[in-house]
Design a protein around this ligand. Sequence first.
Ligand code: SAM
Ligand code: SF4
Length: 499
Amino acid sequence: MDLLIQDKVHDESRQGEALVLEPVIGKNNGRKLYIESYGCAMNFSDSEIVASILSEQGFETTSDFNNADVVFINTCSIRENAEVRVRNRLKEFAGAKLKNPGMVVGVLGCMAERLKAKFLEEEKLVDVVVGPDAYRDLPNLIEQVDGGQRAVNVLLSREETYADISPVRLNSNGINAFVSIMRGCDNMCSFCVVPFTRGRERSRDAYSVVVECTDLFNRGYREVTLLGQNVDSYKWTKPLPALSKGEGSNEQDNLEVLSHGEDLGEAVVNFASLLEMVAHVSPELRVRFSTSHPKDITDEVLYTIAKYDNICNYIHLPVQSGNSRVLDIMNRTYDREWYMNRIDAIRRIIPECAISTDVITGFCTETEEEHNDTVSMMDYVKYDFAYMFKYSERPGTLAAKRYADDIPEEIKQKRLAQIVAKQQEYSFYRMQARIGKVEKVLIEGFSKKSNNDYCGRSDQNAMVIFPVSEHYKPGQYVNVLVERTTSATLIGGIIPQTP
Ligand code: SAM
Ligand code: SF4
């Protein structure tokens, strides 16, 4: 087991999901696109950009790859098992291609970037390999394949943010949406392949983010999750242009927020200001974000979260290890004390804030004592959720070059099992602490198990289940009194709003 608790940023239940959208009227080229995605929310968000680019070219989407003319798989390289999964899936596409030799099979995303043209040698059925910054080139690349060639574009960019492409929302409930605010990563954590597969960090135009969130709000969406590998280092600089107006956006307030960072006629928007700008779109639009980096999360961001009711009290703050020596060789650039100081600041400034984390067990040279520091960090923070992984060596990373992957598999597994058990206790503890409290819940739809119940998330990102009421529908907020819990879900009933 690699993953304990799902949330929407890496949702295990969505892995391999195929995306389907309404055809664009008047633009049908008679060809069908099948696209499925693996990995983190950023990849799912990228697949929406890909679908958007190809639907402009007249492609229709299908949920059955056997009927498709173009089959794309948007891949993840973060751990070896993610890549194994994709290779197995490609074997399944081979049968379909045998029946339909004209079918174009393409590999997109991080694995494409990591393996580049080598992919074409290794996987004979693959016709096209496209890295995360080259999606605008897809129409040309498909044309090349149609002309009998195989095609590769894995150029990484220092500028591409796809800011002008309004992503189609795929398989959406019409209530929550992901909005990418930056791409790439400059951090070079020694275990991580992301800086190699997604390139240099760049921040998207702040206005385009606000315009996209405003548009989503106007179309009925009530929650946006701002996405980046390290949202706290978001930084965008531009001379002040005029903001486009939209129902629900408050242009004057947004300009005032921007002017805080004004410098010689330039507006510098950092993550705190961006959060504030998005919070101003409407008090009815919930704002979430992921991922925060412990070295960069500032008190300014924490005060901004505390100031706005619609910025959710939930922070994903990956610790990776609780031991300072291990953090040093992971190149995380903070130590145990720094991390604890950030936790203390969150508790002081946003007392009700839920905190989740990522942990890696069995990193190179980790001793039992150092592992115990991770366990004691879990005791210190009592995380609401955690994603826990065994270290998986990734070719080309700093760790693969510098350190031996020397912790035996059974020890990695034993340490993982220990922290998974510990986290289950703390998740249950955090859930239990909500009993008797009233949670403001955004209704997302019927619960998975029954159409007699609604489900939705609390401000702190806990899943809440409660009986359907005819007075409320998905997309509305309700107050729910929590009566009982499991280790992952709060269960209760709606309290009627006082007029
Ligand atoms: N940018 C985010 C951050 O800094 O925390 C996370 C990015 S990564 C997609 C998500 C998580 O995967 C990381 O936080 C880490 O715990 C895990 N991860 C990354 N590389 C790994 C590796 N080589 N082996 C095991 N887990 C890994
Ligand atoms: Fe990878 Fe570190 Fe960047 Fe996160 S911050 S994507 S773990 S290099």
